[in-house]
Design a protein around this ligand. Sequence first.
Ligand code: ADP
Ligand code: MG
Length: 307
Amino acid sequence: DDLLRIEGVSKTYKGGVVALHPVDLAIRRGEIFALLGPNGAGKTTLISIVCGIVVPSAGRILVDGEDAVVNYRQVRRRVGLVPQELSTDAFESVLATVTFSRRLFGRSGHSAYIEELLRDLSLWDKRDAKIKDLSGGMKRRVLIAKALAHEPDLLFLDEPSAGVDVSLRRDMWKLVHRLRERGVTIILTTHYIEEAEEMADRVGVISRGKLLLVDDKAALMKKLGKRELDLTLVEPLAAVPTELAEWHPTIENGGHTLRYVFDATEERTGIPSFLRRLGELGIAFKDLETSKSSLEDIFVDLVGDAK
Ligand code: ADP
Ligand code: MG
């Protein structure tokens, strides 16, 4: 049951920057979907198009089968966006700001919904505080409250933990799960693999304006978990010792180096057990390096060079 369908949506900015090659994507009702990709991949562009902020160069967007351009007003009120930048009206109170956002969409200002929303976001006690006096984490909650004020079905969160302290990130992750319990379908963008892993049901990997693959989180994490470790040895080996080859089949001998390809999601075959094994066999090494370290490398590894 698809709530949102993105069909052949592309974007070339003025000046010829191709931010997005044609993207096809269907979002299921009630899911949390993470758009995972490095900076400049086109994540913000894609969600800005769906939210009606950026004009697409081509393609269609359908919410519940309704064309987002033809039925702009109806569709727009079903969508809420929490932007990447933490800017909002600093001198207004929390309650005034959130109520205003609700009225913009033609809903009544005073409502039990707003109180419940602010309580849910732990903002009710701060409803009369000026936004400028709140912490960074609280400000982001205000932006979430604003985005949800008009009771949308679809919530877009652009980099929800960018600029959020690592210790506060977990709170954000829990909050996103609570928002889903309110019945909201959530699409978030992130450049952190662990964030996609914590939050999403499904993940779309995007790089250089191309949606490279879409998969269930568990399946994707298994793929992302494949890493390579290169060891520089003290003494070259003529061959991989039988004991080591039997222990794990993906160890290649390059004379002065050993390359170990392993699944980082499996405890038994991780780097610590490999190094312990080498110790037991008396194989000494000078240096070690995981060769698939950056997101970009991992993407290329997953889907081939997308250039
Ligand atoms: P992400 O959110 O994944 O970091 P963006 O969607 O912000 O990526 O950007 C994708 C590409 O489009 C980048 O190369 C960026 O520089 C370019 N871009 C974004 N916004 C504009 C704009 N308003 N004008 C021109 N180029 C832009
Ligand atoms: Mg962005």
